[in-house]
Write a protein that binds this ligand. Structure first.
Ligand SMILES: *Cc1c(COP(=O)(O)O)cnc(C)c1O
Length: 388
């Protein structure tokens, strides 16, 4: 299906709403029935009828159709956060006594779920280096039910060979779940490589304006119906109509936003690579990236997020750099209009900073919609000023 069609037309039945170009926000909690048989039918199969907005809602439905099509999936559900999408995807596929194989250092709240919540229900997790397919083979146990992937990871951009992992999992009857937040479906479609469930934080590029928290989960109609009827309805973690409307609005400009960010990111990578204050630039589409070949093969683009390792071993100098930026803000998240940094060392008590550990000198940079020269001059003056 054509991306332009998906983004501008798919799911939009304009004759239902005065031929308005922008869809209405159907801000209702419930839907009325004239016939008792119809109400009975809705109770029996809520996934086919508008009954109550914790389940289906017409504004959300437009968004679901577009997002499923972008992912190349039969169906999608939209949650109130990416974390809720992760929770539902994993919970729907494990029971007490089961085992999960996860890539090392998955997104924080996936990791917290594996480490703190699931063990209470006797579900255990083994972490592996997902860059090596043999590690998956070795970690799989008779009770392994889920393989959890994130490719690329959002700090060091480690990739997994999605096609190979999907084939391995299918042969063993294991469900694969992949966090695709870094790429969005525009730059990678894991479903087409054989992955069962694909999720992304729509808070990032889909929203694109730093004003919505949301998550998407896509997969086969059968898997999504199962999740809808249990985790989705039971946790009430579906997206609200107004936020769904904002995401439809965000989707309209997604392709052009991503191409602008890609072009700017390429320029920033080139600038940062020749800065003596920068020891390393980590970016999947940089030819020096260790998994560059795989990145080129399985992703059609990379943009926005990159990590630099500063040369300095002084925490004070790192702090001066971060606080010295005039336009690039220090904040979590990414995918919005504004460029951001997150220093790794802010995630630990200052006393634990170890200058010999390169990870502690990492700074993640998100490249937003500003012009490249504007960002380069901000980075340059902050790098110049970092030695006090
Ligand atoms: C932000 C993020 C999430 C979680 O999404 P929220 O919308 O913040 O709940 C999951 N995975 C990755 C890689 C993320 O960056």
């Amino acid at each position: 299906m054509d991306i332009s069609y998906i983004i501008n037309e798919l799911g939009e039945d304009r004759e239902q709403y005065f031929n308005a170009i922008a869809p209405p926000i159907i801000q209702t909690s419930n839907f009325a029935f004239r016939k008792m048989d119809d109400l009975r039918q809705a109770f029996a199969d809520e996934y086919s009828t508008y009954l109550y907005s914790r389940g289906l809602n017409p504004t959300v439905e437009i968004l679901r159709k577009k997002l499923a099509a972008l992912d190349g999936a039969e169906d999608a559900l939209v949650f109130n956060s990416g974390a809720a999408a992760i929770f539902a995807a994993v919970l729907a596929n494990v029971q007490s006594g089961d085992h999960i194989v996860s890539v090392d250092k998955p997104y924080t709240w996936a990791q917290r779920m594996f480490n703190h919540i699931l063990p209470r229900f006797k579900v255990t997790t083994t972490y592996i280096d997902g860059r090596d397919i043999e590690q998956f083979e070795r970690a799989i146990l008779p009770n392994t039910k889920v393989i959890y992937l994130e490719s690329p990871n959002s700090w060091d951009y480690a990739l997994q060979d999605l096609r190979a992992v999907a084939a391995l999992a299918k042969a063993a009857g294991i469900v694969t779940i992949c966090d695709n937040s870094y790429c969005t479906p525009l730059y990678q479609q894991p479903v087409l490589l054989g992955i069962d469930l694909v999720l992304q934080s729509a808070t990032k590029y889909i929203s694109g304006h730093s004003d919505v928290v949301a998550g998407v989960l896509s997969g086969s109609r059968e898997r999504m119906a199962k999740i809808f009827n249990s985790e989705y309805l039971n946790t009430g973690s579906g997206i609200q109509p107004f936020n769904a409307w904002l995401l439809i609005r965000g989707l309209r400009t997604l392709p052009m936003r991503l191409s602008h960010i890609s072009a700017t990111t390429t320029k920033l990578v080139a600038f940062l690579k020749q800065c003596p204050e920068v020891a390393e630039v980590i970016f999947p589409f940089d030819p020096d990236f260790p998994q560059y070949e795989l990145a080129r093969q399985q992703m059609s683009g990379a943009c926005g997020l990159l990590t630099i390792v500063l040369s300095t071993t002084s925490l004070n100098a790192i702090q001066r750099f971060c606080e010295g930026l005039r336009h690039i803000s220090m904040a979590v998240s990414w995918g919005g209009h504004e460029s951001l940094i997150v220093p790794k060392c802010a995630g630990m008590p200052a006393g634990q900073f170890n200058p010999a550990n390169r990870e502690h000198r990492m700074i993640r940079l998100y490249v937003g919609q500003e012009e490249p020269d504007y960002l380069i001059s901000d980075l340059k003056q902050a790098l110049d000023g970092m030695h006090g």
